[in-house]
Design a binder for this molecule. Structure first.
Ligand code: FA5
Length: 348
């Protein structure tokens, strides 16, 4: 081996070891300069070619070019390896691909909507049709046609939001009874869910916007026992057998006789004031009021051209959020409207 060939081989080996050990692009660049740059070791050897005898210069030039080609190949390979390694390092430090994925939270039907759907479903299975009505109604449908004339004190129970042109946001779903009976001859069997509005101060039991589900059945020979049977069946369907239902005599101008329907408070199980401490949910009564009910007043039947001598019927109006309090054991009705995802997911 000639001196030049030996020098080139030693230089190639040294270069290869250093290129392999380089930890970043900067080190590779400085190797490139040190060996192949204008003052680099290979360039120095190339300059020495001129001192060789003329017949050796060609081979010497070729040997140097071969080594330069090998060194450039090494530099390119080392650079590619560094880039691949740095991507893997970055990936490993930023993403732990073995970390268990967090379960995606899926949206669900709002609890109040679920109650409305379950209630409608129960009545639909018994042959009732679902009917909707306008939220802005004239006084006539809200009050007059329901046997509540202008000077009737019962209007005070429906403290309403008034709009222009004698319209008001309906304080109950009972106007739908009137609209349905005016539109269809008897017999009618409907369930009517919808939003209601009252100027009630908001507290644990009241909202200014809430939902009611109205029911109406008018046919020949309908009596209070039919009403009790259907509402007891509804409560059994929603709450199971754990809840009791009671009918309390009450007054509504559009029903006679009238009743309030209550279910046992799920918090104190109807005890009201166990060991002298008043239950915060039912106020110590042991019962939660769900809504009103009764036999449709003959004046209402007459108003819609139904003959009260031939037809009789029952009606009820339940608060959907109140059903929710009892069903989900929630102690504050406002929780249904605060859009708290933890609360909503827990009930779904
Ligand atoms: C009525 O609204 C009658 N229309 C119900 C009715 C229909 C009686 C058919 C007879 C025949 P009342 O004002 O009691 O009745 O309201 C019925 C239910 O709506 C209440 O028991 C309660 O569950 C719910 N409710 C009333 N006001 C509010 C409120 N501010 N916030 C939440 N729920 C309410």
């Amino acid at each position: 081996m000639t001196d030049l060939a030996e020098s080139l081989e030693r230089l190639r080996q040294r270069f290869s070891a250093q290129a392999e050990a380089a930890i970043d692009e900067r080190e590779l660049d400085s190797l490139r300069v040190r060996y192949l740059g204008r003052q680099g070791e290979v360039t120095q050897l190339r300059r020495g070619i001129g001192t060789l005898p003329p017949d050796q210069r060609r081979d010497a030039g070729k040997a140097i070019n071969d080594v330069v080609a090998v060194m450039e190949g090494r530099l390119a390979a080392a650079s590619a390896a560094l880039q691949a390694r740095s991507f893997e390092t970055e990936l490993a430090s930023s993403i732990d691909v073995t970390f268990p994925a967090r379960k995606a939270r899926l949206g669900s039907v709002h609890p109040v909507r679920q109650i409305i759907e379950r209630t409608c479903d129960y009545f639909m299975r018994h042959g009732f049709a679902v009917v909707l009505g306008p939220e802005a109604e004239p006084e006539y449908y809200n009050f007059d046609a329901l046997n509540i004339p202008a000077d009737h004190p019962a209007r005070e129970n429906f403290d309403s939001f008034w709009l222009s042109d004698g319209l008001l946001l309906r304080p109950h779903t009972s106007p739908i009874q009137v609209r349905t009976m005016q539109r269809y001859p008897p017999p009618v069997a409907i369930v009517a869910p919808g939003k209601c509005y009252r100027r009630d101060a908001t507290d644990a039991r009241h909202l200014f916007q809430f939902h009611q589900v109205e029911g109406l059945l008018v046919a020949e020979g309908i009596h209070f026992g039919h009403l009790k049977g259907m509402l007891e069946g509804l409560c059994r369907e929603l709450f199971g057998r754990r809840q009791k239902v009671r009918f309390r005599p009450s007054y509504f101008p559009f029903t006679e006789p009238s009743a309030e329907v209550d279910t046992t408070c799920p918090k104190c199980s109807g005890a009201g004031a166990p060991q002298g401490t008043r239950c915060g949910m039912c106020g110590g009564s042991g019962w939660i009021e769900l809504g009103g009910a009764g036999m449709v007043h003959p004046n209402v039947l007459r108003e819609v051209q139904y003959d009260p001598e031939t037809y009789s019927g029952w009606a009820f109006g339940f608060g959907a959020e109140r059903l929710g309090l009892a069903l989900y054991d929630v102690d504050d009705i406002r929780r249904f409207v605060t859009s708290d995802p933890d609360f909503l997911v827990a009930l779904s």
